[in-house]
Design a protein around this ligand. Structure first.
Ligand code: MF3
Ligand code: CO
Length: 259
């Protein structure tokens, strides 16, 4: 099956869901501080999303039990919210998917808890920058491999690792659709991008080696060397002349700069 091409009306609905994810992540940003249990973030997010008429799409997806994926330090993605209390120096990836009016938005941000080591702070900055390097390549006529190559070359040159076992994806009428959007690869390889496609790009970048394991809960993905990893994600659509990001970090970053 080839990737779905969305109408403008459908893309508007995906945008509404994606922006609600941004609003949810901004509420999470307000709460992030030492002593907060990650389960408290999850409960707040579920209440917030439902109050806005959205459905927390991860909850129940292939048995995933929570609204948010909350991944601390060496956990890369798909961490379970828990009784763990955030502490100064932690980093925490918060990934959220919302369905509203039949359409899905997907976005993730990695937060710092208080003061964080310089090398880890730099990892976050560079991972976010790699997301935008990938987004720059997301245009009609390019292929998914152009996105992956841009992400990979940007971060590997800085000595980081790219997690290869997971990837970005099409998103819209379902949480995960064609095409796969790898965070590595060759220019000119992969799926041809066309106007009206909607994809989520989500680099997962490690400070140390790229090798990962799966937690006993069957979900959490962690670095085998125990070093931290970062994860940022946007949903975006391919347009006539490039792309348009449908999710937004604007509210999140407004909260963070006033903290
Ligand atoms: N939000 C993740 C993604 O970016 C998917 C989470 S898996 C789930 O694709 F089971 F938690 F939904
Ligand atoms: Co995603």
């Amino acid at each position: 099956m080839s990737p779905r091409i969305y109408t403008e009306q459908e893309i508007e609905k995906i945008r509404v869901s994606a922006l609600l994810v941004g609003d949810t992540l901004a509420e999470v940003a307000k709460m992030i501080s030492p002593g907060v249990k990650t389960l408290e973030l999850d409960r707040m997010a579920e209440d917030f999303i439902r109050a806005k008429g959205g459905i927390p799409a991860c909850k129940g997806y292939e048995g995933f039990p929570y609204t948010l994926c909350i991944s601390v330090n060496q956990v890369v993605v798909h961490g379970f919210p828990s009784e763990y209390e955030l502490k100064e120096g932690d980093i925490v990836s918060v990934d959220c998917v919302i369905e509203k009016d039949g359409f899905f938005g997907d976005s993730a941000y990695t937060f710092m808890v208080g003061q964080v080591d310089d090398s880890v702070r730099q990892l976050l900055e560079d991972t976010k920058a790699s997301l935008y390097k990938g987004i720059e390549q997301a245009r009609a006529g390019n292929r998914t491999g152009d996105i992956g190559n841009a992400v990979q070359s940007y971060v590997e040159e800085k000595g980081y690792g790219v997690v290869r076992e997971l990837c970005g994806h099409g998103v819209g009428a379902h949480m995960h659709e064609k095409p796969d959007v790898l965070n590595y690869g060759r220019r000119g390889s992969g799926c041809l991008l066309k106007k009206g496609m909607v994809i989520a790009i989500e680099p997962m970048i490690t400070l140390g080696k790229r090798n990962i394991g799966v937690a006993k809960d069957g979900w959490g993905i962690f670095t085998l060397d125990g070093k931290p990893a970062a994860h940022f994600e946007h949903s975006l659509t391919i347009t006539e002349h490039g792309n348009e990001i449908l999710s937004s970090f604007e509210k999140v970053e407004n909260i963070l700069k006033d903290k």
